[in-house]
Design a protein around this ligand. Structure first.
Ligand SMILES: Cc1ncc(COP(=O)(O)O)c(C=O)c1O
Length: 347
């Protein structure tokens, strides 16, 4: 049941432990909340984007005219769809579905490049049509958690093509390895970033795009005036500071250990898809729809996989949480998956 507008937040309900949304659970941290609160003192004035644009540009070593501030990564995809007229857009799946949804709403022809499970969901550059003048992919990829090598992604760039790399989860990987955010030499490269995941700011709506100035200007022309609020701009300044970037790096390293703990505690009948590198893992279980239902009864919300092109009802995406939470989850999953005792075994 592919549904381009289904997202993990729809799986939540009061009382459920949230393993469905990949936003860091204990964030925003107190210092960032203080920044947001303080920013409200300036709420009577229209927002001034200059300090935030300057801070983001400096953090990525790029000139300010290569930076577009947006109301979340999601806005960047809509701006893109309105700004370009591709003859053929290729969207690599399974992947976050809003870019394709935005392209379709704008009436653009879209072809899906569906990566293969038996190849570990790795990017196959040869599968991307050579005549696609717009190519979209995520890295690391939601929902597979696979990190494509930077060189493989970069090889998709060419004159006459816009290459959009959704890097909403790039800062969940230590050293941001795989990121193309600093690459100014690749033609038509647009990197989309978000503060949502690492900083726990899904409700603030804050992100940005990095790319060549003419493309950035075309996207900007589609924005309303004052698209990013004063608190969101304050968050961009604060999260671009070296101390914040060091904190994000430490969180990414914690995440590596937490993900290993989650994977290590899973029962043997659960297949971990690909080589997960981000803040979630994609699992495959037998009878996935039933397993997800029973998990809900036991208090766990996990993200269904079957709304993503290329996945099935047996795929479940699970957020990486602390080892304590993961081991409690794994124990419940093992109990659900273990064969029911035969009547003779029941006391
Ligand atoms: C891969 C990916 N990109 C972008 C987004 C949207 O990010 P934002 O909250 O910045 O709009 C999401 C949200 O789930 C996502 O998973």
């Amino acid at each position: 049941m592919t549904d381009l507008h289904h997202h993990g937040d729809a799986e939540l309900a009061p009382g459920l432990v949230d393993l469905a949304v990949n936003v860091r659970a204990d964030a925003p941290p107190p210092w960032l909340r203080a920044v947001l609160h303080a920013s409200l003192d300036a709420a009577a004035s229209y927002p001034d984007p200059v300090p935030a644009r300057t801070a983001v540009a400096a953090a990525h070593g790029r000139p300010v005219d290569e930076v577009l501030l947006t109301a979340g990564a999601a806005e960047a995809f809509v701006l893109l769809a309105r700004a370009v007229r591709p003859r053929l857009a290729a969207v690599v799946h399974p992947s976050f579905t809003e870019p394709e949804a935005a392209l379709r709403v704008a009436g653009h022809p879209v072809t899906r490049v569906v990566l293969r499970a038996d190849d570990g969901w790795r990017l196959d550059p040869a599968a991307v049509p050579g005549d696609a003048d717009l190519v979209v992919l995520g890295n690391p990829t939601n929902p597979t958690s696979v990190l494509h090598p930077a060189a493989a992604v970069a090889a998709l760039a060419r004159p006459g093509r816009v290459l959009v790399v959704d890097e909403a989860f790039a800062d969940t990987v230590p050293g941001e390895s795989g990121s193309l955010a600093a690459r100014r030499d690749l033609p038509g490269l647009l990197v989309v970033r978000s503060l949502t995941k690492t900083w726990g700011l899904a409700g603030l709506r804050v992100g940005y795009a990095l790319g060549p100035p003419p493309l950035i200007a075309r996207l900007a022309a589609q924005q309303p005036h004052w698209p990013v609020s004063t608190p969101a701009l304050a968050a961009l300044v604060a999260c671009s500071a070296p101390e914040a970037r060091a904190e994000a790096e430490a969180a990414a390293r914690d995440l590596d250990r937490w993900r290993a703990a989650l994977i290590g505690s899973l029962p043997p009948s659960v297949v971990v898809e690909g080589s997960p590198r981000s803040s979630f893992v994609l699992l495959r279980v037998l009878d996935g729809a039933r397993v997800r239902d029973v998990l809900r009864h036991r208090g766990w919300a996990v993200r269904r996989g079957d709304t993503f092109p290329g996945l099935t009802r047996d795929h479940l995406r699970v957020a990486v949480r602390s080892p304590e939470v993961s081991s409690a989850f794994a124990a419940d999953l093992a109990a659900i998956l273990s064969p029911a005792p035969s009547p003779e075994e029941v006391p």
